[in-house]
Design a protein around this ligand. Structure first.
Ligand code: SAH
Ligand code: SF4
Ligand code: F3S
Length: 450
């Protein structure tokens, strides 16, 4: 670390997806290299950065609420610099610099290398902004600083941006064009994590299946090859990845997962809707039938693989019949887990421009309640099916509820709690499951994994 006791301190707060979590680690790295130390206490900070999300209206609302807190803090401590970075910075640009917000810095997701220069500018009382998106930036050579408490599991960003333009989604506008990171730098980062004792790595991208790196000689590395390379090199490390797009999750990738026991038996495959008509309006690039065919392929090629999803309810024009199709698809797949959202119109997206947000809010709420209730049943069923079985659990830490218990996850990404005995975080433990709660499997250790 290049920081000294008297150095300036940065506090950073992160909203949104795993990519943002990973980006905040890049930001802390850039700052440390410029003599600014990380602090987990906002009161100690000279610089506060909020890494923001624009995916839904309520994600932005939350940030406005936090900004109000930091505004008050700045009134008491005028030298405090407050910056908005990430997706909201990219979406709202100069608007965030308007006087009343008391924001000093606005930095988009591709401009984090410019942070030290922008901070200097802001330090002289000027407002500083850089929201340029890049076609190349992957922060490949920056070593993220993993400042979170979890020293077992880490994110590794392998690509940035998205070219899919799902009609409801703001990401292609806030993150820019899709680009992949040099595989050598990815493997080097995974090697570094292994050396530090990390036991799980999640490879991240908005659409990891389209990961593609082209060498000067024309040879290419795709996602399946990259995943296999990382998994084979580190058999003691669990590999996860997120997110896959249903349109291009290939048999090739499924076979790679099946053939490598340390690639986790869990695929997050966002469906969004069970109605082909709505999927077309969403510009998702697959039908209900095509999606279900991919689910069949997962079940056939990787038996025992957990499947989770994202669902949007109340998309423009969604009828009761479309909604019922979503429910029936959920039943048919039997998801182990799901993130479920009410449609939120995002300015500038194709859906906002061409379609009317015409499902009344109470109908959206009603449908969301039904979807959540059904998923509750499916999740409970999925957990009940695990009772009586043994699972290899990677221990992540001490249970929040009881110091005598540890928690970790199975390869299928289900959380398990069990009496600690002499086991420690970072160890693989064979656990026999004897009961379940809505969120967790409960078990007892049957011994270490040899
Ligand atoms: N790249 C990933 C995830 C993107 S954002 C993917 O394509 O799967 C995570 C989830 O937020 C999406 O899968 C979608 O379910 C939800 N989402 C995105 N835009 C939304 C919007 N405008 N309203 C409600 N939910 C949205
Ligand atoms: Fe958004 Fe679609 Fe890209 Fe996912 S694939 S980030 S939902 S545009
Ligand atoms: Fe949100 Fe940006 Fe991620 S909009 S979901 S933080 S890519």
């Amino acid at each position: 670390m290049l920081t000294s006791p008297g150095s300036r301190q940065l506090y950073i707060e992160t909203y949104g997806c795993q990519m943002n979590v990973s980006d905040s680690e890049v930001v802390v790295s850039v700052m440390q290299d410029n003599g600014v130390a990380y602090t987990s206490e906002p009161e100690h900070a000279d610089i506060v950065l909020i890494n923001t999300c624009s995916i839904r209206e309520n994600a932005e609302q939350r940030v406005w609420g936090r900004l109000e807190v930091f505004r008050q803090m700045k009134k008491k401590k005028p030298a405090l610099l407050v910056g908005i970075i990430g997706c909201m910075a990219e979406r709202l640009k100069e608007k965030l610099l308007e006087e009343e917000h008391l924001v000093d810095l606005v930095i988009g997701p591709d401009a984090y290398r410019e942070l030290p220069a922008l901070l200097e500018e802001a330090g002289t009382g000027q407002k500083a902004i850089n929201v340029l998106l890049s076609r190349e930036e992957t922060y490949a050579d920056i070593s993220p600083v993993r400042y979170h408490k979890n020293k077992v599991s880490a994110f590794v960003s392998i690509m940035r941006g998205c070219n899919n333009y799902c009609s409801y989604c703001v990401v292609p506008y806030t993150r820019g064009r899709e680009r992949s990171r040099n595989p050598e730098s990815i493997i080097r980062e995974v090697d570094g994590l292994a050396a530090k004792g990390y036991r799980e790595v999640t490879l991240l991208g908005q659409n990891v299946n389209s990961y593609k790196w082209e060498e000067g000689d024309g040879s290419t590395t795709g996602f399946a090859a990259l995943l296999e390379m990382a998994a084979r090199r580190h058999p003691g490390i669990r590999m996860r990845f997120s997110t896959s797009h249903p349109r291009d999750i290939s048999d090739d990738l499924l076979k790679t997962i099946a053939g490598n026991p340390n690639i986790c038996r869990h695929i997050h495959l966002p469906v969004q809707s069970g109605s082909s008509r709505i999927l077309k309006l969403m510009n998702r690039g697959y039908t209900r039938e095509e999606y279900l065919e991919r689910i069949d392929a997962i079940n056939r090629i990787i038996p025992g693989c957990a499947i989770s999803t994202d669902i949007i309810t109340g998309f423009p024009g969604e009828t009761d019949d479309d909604h019922r199709q979503t429910l029936s698809l959920m039943q048919e797949v039997g998801y182990d887990f799901a993130f479920m959202f009410k449609y939120s119109e995002r300015p500038g997206t194709a859906a906002a421009k061409k379609l009317t947000d015409n499902v009344p809010d109470d109908v959206k709420s009603q449908r969301l309640t039904e979807i959540i209730k059904l998923q509750g049943t499916l999740s409970a069923r999925s957990k009940k099916a695990d009772i009586g079985r043994n699972f290899e659990v990677l221990v992540e830490g001490t249970s929040k509820k009881s110091a005598g218990e540890l928690f970790g996850r199975t390869s299928q990404n289900k959380v398990v709690v069990f009496p600690a005995g002499s086991f420690k975080p970072g160890e693989y433990v064979k656990v026999n499951i004897n009961s379940s709660t809505p969120a967790t499997l409960i078990g007892v250790a049957a011994g270490p994994v040899i």
